[in-house]
Design a protein around this ligand. Structure first.
Ligand code: ADP
Length: 398
C-alpha cells in the first residue's frame, strides 16, 4: 500500500509517497511559491526534476504533484489510483483531537474551529486538506496532529497558572507541538533499549525547538505551550518570556499586540540575540571568528535546553536516556557539548570525540559504557509517523 504524506504551508506543499510494505520513500518534493508567482515544483522520483508552472492555489499544486508522481519519465506510479490514503500534517489539534483522525466533513469543520489556536499554520493545513480531498475524493484522508502525542500530559503540566474558568471556557492551556517527531524518537528509543519503560528526554532541536519528558512511552511534559512560542530559545522565536514584556514593548515601540507577537515569532531567538542569523551553521562560523554575540546565542540556546533537561529529570525522578534530533540536534556538536557538559550529577558521561566525529549517518550513541544515562542522536522522521498513523486509521475506517 502506498501512502501520500502532505505537509501544507501557506505558500508551499511538501509531499512524500511512501511504500508502506517496507516504509521506503518512492518520491518526495515540494510545490513552492504557491499563490505568490514564479511557482515551481521540485520533484524527486525516478529522476529529479524542477518544473516551473503557475500555481495560483493549493488545488493546482496538488494536481501538479499527482502529474509528477504519474509521469512516465520521472514518476513512480502508473496512476493516482495506486495511492491508498493521504496523511495530512496538522500543527494544532486543540482539545478535540488526541489521536490521528479520519477527515470527514464534520472533522473538517472542527479543524476549522482550531484555526484560532494556530492562525499561522492551520489555514494552510486546511487549504491542503481541501485541495487533496477535491482531487482524490475516493480515498481516506487522515489528519495527524502535532499536538496528539502531548495529549497525555497531566493537568499539572498542561495548565497555566491562570483563572481555571479561562482554561475551561477558552481552552487556554499548553498543547505542545512537534508531537510526531517526539513520538518517532520515543518509538526508536524503545527499540534501542528493548523496552518502552524508561525515563526519556527528547530534544527536538531544529529551527523550531522543543523538549519533552516521556515516561514509559507517554508524554508527561513538553516545552512548547498554547503555541510553539513557549519554551526554548529558537531560531527566531524568543521562547519563555514574562508577558509583561508585551505591554512594555507595545508602549515603547507604538506596536499593537499582533506586531509584538510577530516580533517574538520572527525577529527574536538566536537571530535576534546574535544579530547574525537564525541558522546554527552561520552562528558557529561567526563564533569561531570571534563574534561574541553569536557565541552568546549558542550559549543561551544550549543553556535553556540544559535547564529543561534538569527540570524534566526532577519531574521524572531521573533520566534513562537523552535523545537529540532535528537539524541542530543532529548536526551541531557545539550545542550537544554545551548541553551535556555538567550533567554528571544525573549520571551522564559522554564521549566528546564521538560527538564531534559524528557525520550525520543514522543513530549514534554518545554515552560511554560507564554512563548511567544513555545519550543518543536519533535522526527524526516525521513523515513516516504520519504515514503509519494514516495507514492505521485508514484500515480501521474501512
Ligand atoms: P525546521 O525543520 O524546524 O525548519 P531543521 O530541523 O531543519 O528546522 O533545523 C534547522 C537548523 O538546523 C538550522 O539552525 C541549521 O543550522 C541546522 N542544520 C540543519 N542541517 C544542518 C547541517 N547539515 N549542518 C549543520 N547544521 C544544520
Amino acid at each position: 500500500m502506498k501512502v501520500l504524506v502532505i505537509n501544507s504551508g501557506s505558500s508551499s506543499l511538501k509531499y512524500r509517497l511512501i511504500e508502506m510494505d517496507d516504509e521506503s520513500v518512492l518520491a518526495k518534493g515540494v510545490a513552492d511559491r504557491i499563490g505568490i508567482g514564479n511557482s515551481f515544483l521540485k520533484h524527486s522520483g525516478s529522476k529529479k526534476v524542477v518544473i516551473e508552472n503557475d500555481m495560483p492555489n493549493h488545488a493546482v499544486a496538488i494536481k501538479l504533484v499527482l502529474d509528477a508522481l504519474t509521469n512516465p519519465e520521472y514518476g513512480v506510479i502508473k496512476d493516482a489510483g495506486e495511492i491508498s490514503a493521504v496523511g495530512h500534517r496538522a500543527v494544532a489539534g486543540g482539545e478535540y483531537f488526541t489521536h490521528s483522525t479520519l477527515i470527514t466533513d464534520a472533522v473538517r469543520e472542527q479543524i476549522k474551529e482550531i484555526i484560532e489556536l494556530a492562525p499561522l499554520h492551520m489555514p494552510a493545513c486546511l487549504m491542503g486538506i481541501d485541495a487533496c480531498r477535491e482531487v482524490m475524493p475516493n480515498i481516506p484522508h487522515v489528519a495527524v496532529f502535532d499536538t496528539s502525542f502531548h495529549s497525555t500530559m497531566p493537568d499539572v503540566a498542561k495548565l497555566y497558572g491562570i483563572d481555571y474558568d479561562d482554561y475551561r471556557n477558552l481552552k487556554i492551556r499548553r498543547y505542545g507541538a512537534h508531537g510526531t517527531s517526539h513520538k518517532y524518537i520515543t518509538d526508536e528509543a524503545a527499540k534501542l533499549m528493548g523496552t518502552k519503560n524508561m525515563k526519556l528526554v527528547v530534544c527536538h532541536l531544529g529551527n523550531g525547538a522543543s523538549l519533552s519528558a516521556v515516561k514509559d512511552g507517554k508524554c508527561l511534559d513538553t516545552t512548547m505551550g498554547f503555541t510553539p512560542l513557549e519554551g526554548l530559545i529558537m531560531g527566531t522565536r524568543c521562547g519563555d518570556i514574562d508577558p509583561s514584556v508585551v505591554q512594555y514593548l507595545c508602549n515603547k515601540k507604538g506596536w499593537d499586540v499582533s506586531q509584538a507577537i510577530n516580533y517574538f515569532n520572527k525577529d527574536c531567538g538566536v537571530k535576534g540575540i546574535s544579530g547574525v542569523s537564525s541558522d546554527f551553521r552561520d552562528l558557529v562560523a561567526a563564533a569561531e571568528h570571534g563574534n561574541a554575540r553569536a557565541q552568546l546565542a549558542i550559549d543561551m540556546f544550549s543553556y535553556r535546553v540544559k535547564k529543561y533537561i534538569g527540570a524534566y529529570a526532577a519531574v521524572m525522578n531521573g533520566v534513562d536516556m537523552i535523545a537529540f534530533t532535528a537539524g541542530i540536534g543532529e548536526h551541531t556538536p557545539e550545542v550537544r557539548e554545551r548541553v551535556l557538559t555538567g550533567l554528571e550529577y544525573l549520571g551522564v558521561e559522554f564521549d566528546n570525540k564521538l560527538n564531534f566525529d559524528y557525520k550525520a549517518d543514522g543513530i549514534a550513541e554518545l554515552s560511554t559504557k560507564k554512563s548511567k544515562v544513555k545519550v543518543f542522536i536519533i535522526p527524526t522522521d516525521e513523515e513516516v509517523v504520519i504515514a503509519r498513523d494514516t495507514l492505521a486509521v485508514a484500515k480501521y475506517s474501512k
